[in-house]
Design a protein around this ligand. Structure first.
Ligand code: ZEM
Length: 286
């Protein structure tokens, strides 16, 4: 059994489960990053509801949101880590898994702090519909991400996570990967977005996405309508151009903004301890 508070041991356990030869592109990494993002991306700054605290996706109200389809795979991958480190909360485990997965896939180190609790306040359950819909455009991205407190640059930096993983027709309806090495964190997504000729394709299920046939990979790569909106919008596009050119800048900005995402709705005291009042029950911080 591991020692309470030994996050180095948790990180090592996460790193050692990333290789999954039977799953997708052979890695659990991308879906873990998406779990971390969807756990936090329900945040609404104006009502201070949602966010990674509480790990609400364990329950049907949030876990059964069609936007979260497929994320049970990520939660199942992490169960052995929870079993060998029972002292860690799910909300800390899911956010740390995203952070560690990015690093293990060649991405930047992302500052991360523990202290989230798994207490769910039923009166503060985030309603469905707070996560973005890939079929829409730039206005929608602003509506969703401004609500969390992000600006245009941060929206573009965060979208760079689509260097990782793929769309699954049986989860979101979209199909395919954005880049041909989707388990390696990089800025290729931004380069391809600008440099390739994307054509519209309507899938058999009626879903509309953009595709380009990559000769080297012998694979059709894809972009969501929201991805390409980053190139057509006047305020988003300069950041796409910058990140396509400057990988270090993208890594630095991604690190900062992913860290901010993981902290949405978490209030910390002077020593970094979480001080959210809704985590306090019966006078004890749970
Ligand atoms: Zn995603 N994302 N995302 N994303 N995402 C998918 C997959 C992944 C949007 C979206 O609709 C989709 C962010 C932002 C946005 C990841 C990380 C992050 C999929 C495919 C869709 C449809 C799901 C499927 O079928 O399995 C939209 C519209 C976004 C608005 C900008 C942000 C922010 C992310 C993290 C910082 C990742 C890693 C995946 C790949 C998951 C996997 O299973 O491979």
């Amino acid at each position: 059994m591991s020692t309470t508070g030994d996050y180095t041991s948790v990180r090592a356990a996460i790193a050692s489960l990333l290789k999954q030869p039977e799953y997708d592109d052979g890695s659990a990494g991308p879906v873990l990053v998406r779990l971390a993002w969807h756990s936090a991306g329900t945040y609404d700054a104006s009502t201070d509801t949602g966010g990674s605290n509480g790990a609400g996706m364990r329950y049907e109200a949030e876990g059964g949101d069609p936007a979260n389809a497929g994320l049970q795979h990520a939660r199942v991958f992490l169960e052995p880590v929870k079993a060998s480190h029972p002292w860690i909360t799910y909300s800390d485990l899911w956010t740390l898994a995203g952070v560690e997965a990015v690093k293990q896939m060649g991405g930047p180190e992302i500052p991360w702090w523990p202290g989230r609790t798994d207490y769910v306040d039923d009166s503060k359950l985030p309603p469905r519909g707070r996560l973005p819909d890939g079929a829409l455009g730039g206005d929608h991205l602003r509506h969703i991400f401004y609500r969390m407190g992000f600006n245009d640059q941060e929206i573009v930096a965060l979208s760079g996570a689509h260097n990782l993983g793929r769309c699954h027709a049986d989860r979101s309806g979209f199909d395919g990967a954005w880049v041909n090495n989707p388990t390696r964190f990089s800025n290729t997504y931004f380069k391809l977005m600008l440099e390739r000729e994307w054509r519209e394709k309507v899938l058999d299920n009626g879903v509309r996405q953009y595709v380009y046939y990559d000769e080297d990979a012998e694979e059709e790569l894809m972009m969501l309508p929201t991805d390409l909106a980053l190139t057509t919008d006047k305020a988003f596009r300069p950041w796409v151009e910058l990140y396509a050119k400057d990988k270090e800048r993208f890594f630095g900005d991604f690190s900062r903004v992913f860290s901010k995402l993981m902290e949405l709705g978490i209030r910390r005291g002077e020593k970094g301890e979480v001080v959210n009042t809704d985590n306090v029950r019966g006078g004890y911080v749970s």
